[in-house]
Design a protein around this ligand. Structure first.
Ligand SMILES: NC(=O)c1ccc[n+]([C@@H]2O[C@H](COP(=O)([O-])OP(=O)(O)OC[C@H]3O[C@@H](n4cnc5c(N)ncnc54)[C@H](O)[C@@H]3O)[C@@H](O)[C@H]2O)c1
Length: 379
């Protein structure tokens, strides 16, 4: 069933673009793209899982819109955000003889969006780019805002460019084929907006999360709210010189945990790292007497209710010790004279950028919250 989509605008002057959100939108993709970028051809970049479930529908839709499209299908997973795969996409786009005004379409989760967006940003010094995000994480976060890139063996997202799409088309119906674990992981990024500065949205999620998971109108409503929140921040601070950094709530701890598990998705996927990271950011804020322990407990209890991991101990397998986790954090963030930048909070929806967090405090906190330590504690 297709009903009128919700439209959220990302206001960036003459690069302003729409995010369309609704169920059944894939069938309209060809027409919506052709209306905005008439007379163009395209390369669709996707992964094997998304292709198996939805590529035929997208191809039919593009054909209806009169858009000829080459398809580049890659293996799924974080390891695809690599130089080797970037080269493959660049070569595929050039082999299809696409011009600068033609389009790279990212059709997949955040991995495909980041990689295809980067390719679009550098082939012929910048081609048109359209995002058709298919994971919850990509629909509420990564497809909006123009951050694109790949990982380096030295760390995550270290190579890339800002390259805004011309259109984001989020068909909430395609999420029905997303594995539940990936849906939950995306939910962590959704809840993040409530925890940053929208306390009413967090309270709404506490009441309505079951319907969001079930796929009723609440799902599209929640995704639209998240896109509005992201669009606001991006319009204010496109290049992250200021408060766009708030979107990194939970990511400092989360990235360290991802690195500590060698980006092994069977142990921890990105959104799960963010969930644990947000719970830790709230607990750490309470330890520093910035936020009440009740707020930290509220965050933990919601993450637990939806089935997300919320403690370091929830990660299966052995982990490096607290000092090694701190080293991963220090690698991810700039350390200036023993101080680290963190997103901390004064309560639900009151996140702020703290530039002077002593590394020693972080180490004590990680030691207390490390599973090795917790095993030793009397019950
Ligand atoms: N650019 C940004 O602003 C930004 C923001 C947040 C995260 N990210 C990046 O996003 C990435 C994580 O994105 P993700 O969680 O979407 O991961 P992902 O792209 O790996 O997708 C998760 C899994 O779901 C599968 N999948 C996706 N859509 C599906 C569908 N509709 N049906 C069935 N299977 C489907 C994929 O094949 C994959 O196996 C990370 O690399 C992260 O760094 C970028």
């Amino acid at each position: 069933m297709s009903i009128a989509p919700v439209v959220v605008e990302v206001g960036l002057g003459d690069r302003t673009y729409d995010i369309l959100i609704g169920s059944g939108l894939l069938a309209r993709a060809g027409a919506e793209i052709a209306r905005r970028l008439p007379g163009t051809r395209a390369a669709v970049v996707t992964d094997a899982n998304v292709a198996a479930a939805h590529l035929a529908a997208l191809q039919a839709s593009l054909e209806t819109g009169g858009i000829q499209a080459a398809v580049i299908t890659l293996p799924p997973g974080e390891k695809t955000k690599s130089f080797a795969r970037l080269e493959e996409v660049v070569d595929g786009v050039l082999a299809a003889k696409l011009e600068r005004g033609d389009i790279v379409i990212a059709f997949g989760g955040g991995v495909i969006g980041d990689l295809a967006g980067f390719a679009a940003g550098i082939v012929r010094r910048g081609m048109n780019f359209v995002q058709i995000p298919t994971s919850l994480l990509a629909q509420v976060d990564s497809s909006v805002g123009g951050k694109t890139g790949i990982n380096s063996p030295r760390g995550k997202n270290l190579v890339g460019v800002f390259h805004q799409p011309k259109l984001v088309l989020a068909d909430t119906g395609v999420l029905d084929t997303l594995p539940i674990r990936e849906f939950r992981a995306g939910y962590a990024e959704l809840a993040k907006y409530g925890l940053i500065d929208r306390p009413e949205f967090f309270a709404w999620l506490e009441k309505n999360w079951v319907q969001v998971f079930a796929g009723g109108p609440e799902r599209a409503q929640a995704i639209a709210e998240a896109c509005r929140a992201k669009a606001d921040v991006v319009a204010r601070d496109e290049f992250e010189t200021g408060d766009r950094a708030l979107l990194n709530l939970g990511h400092t701890f989360g990235h360290a945990l991802e690195a500590a598990t060698q980006y092994d998705g069977s142990r921890l996927v990105h959104g799960e790292g963010v969930a644990i990271g947000m719970a830790l950011a709230y607990r750490f804020s309470s330890r520093l007497n910035l936020a009440s322990p009740d707020d930290a407990a509220r965050v933990e209890s919601h993450l637990r209710a939806v089935g997300l991991p919320w403690r370091i101990a929830d990660i299966p397998g052995e982990l490096p010790d607290a000092e090694a986790l701190l080293a991963f954090i220090a690698q991810d963030k700039k350390v200036s004279r023993g101080a680290l930048t963190f997103i901390l909070t004064r309560g639900i929806g009151q996140a702020f950028i703290a530039k002077d967090v002593p590394a020693s405090e972080v180490l004590s906190f990680l030691t207390e919250n490390h599973p090795d330590q917790q095993k030793m504690r009397p019950r």
